[in-house]
Write a protein that binds this ligand. Sequence first.
Ligand code: SAM
Length: 259
Amino acid sequence: MLAKKYLGQNFLIDQNKINLIVNSIPNIQNSIIIEVGPGTGALTKPLSEKAKKVIAIEIDFDMIKILNEKITNKNFTLINKDILDLDWDEIIKSDYKNIQFVSNLPYYISTKIMFKVAYDDRFNSMSVMLQKELVDRIFSKTNSKSYGRLTVSIGTLFNLEKKINIPAGCFKPQPKVDSGFIVLSRKKIDFDLEKYLFFIKCSFSMKRKTLLNSLKKSNFKKYELVKKYLEENKIKLNIRSEEIEINEFIKIFKYINKK
Ligand code: SAM
């Protein structure tokens, strides 16, 4: 079977790593797993043997045929759809508890999918395979080139539970770069998730520009309040978003929403 490069098909073939990944999903026996891109089922099959339920979304009909033959467990549901066209409400029922997201992500849309999961707090955790560069971006520090929207959004909403290095040789076809599998559990937050993620998006809308300029360019409504926060806290008005720690972003957000 030929892998479709344009669909980001790099299949996991290392059984050792597959076991490590599946065993790293917290509380799997009681979980409803939502998996994007099951492919030929390298993760899906062992997941469906351990989890309460697995719902997998796969765009490629060639994979659907293979999966339906390979996985016959009753707790397995397969949906042939583009994840970007799917509304979570189509698959998540109101009585579902302990929903966990798992994916060896198709790399051409990995950040889009991660945000789609981050925005919905019904997901208790997000366990994903990413290219190493993206793992580094998520855990980068202020003032580095890779510190940005992804770092602050994910860092605010999730704790890192586990990180497994996955060398390129564990996949077929072999990608050009190494990968990492990270297990993230959702933190409890006491503010509006959607509004916060929008604020962070606006804050990083212009690369290497000041926070105030980025917010102004994005027509962020509470611009004046952010400016007031900086003044009151004696923070330079030309501070760049890359210089601001995650905790400070949370403080600014809480301040502008109290006013
Ligand atoms: N889970 C398998 C594994 O670990 O071997 C395959 C992972 S492969 C990196 C990514 C999978 O995502 C492929 O099966 C691909 O067809 C699927 N995919 C790509 N784009 C998709 C999309 N927009 N919606 C749903 N699935 C997609």
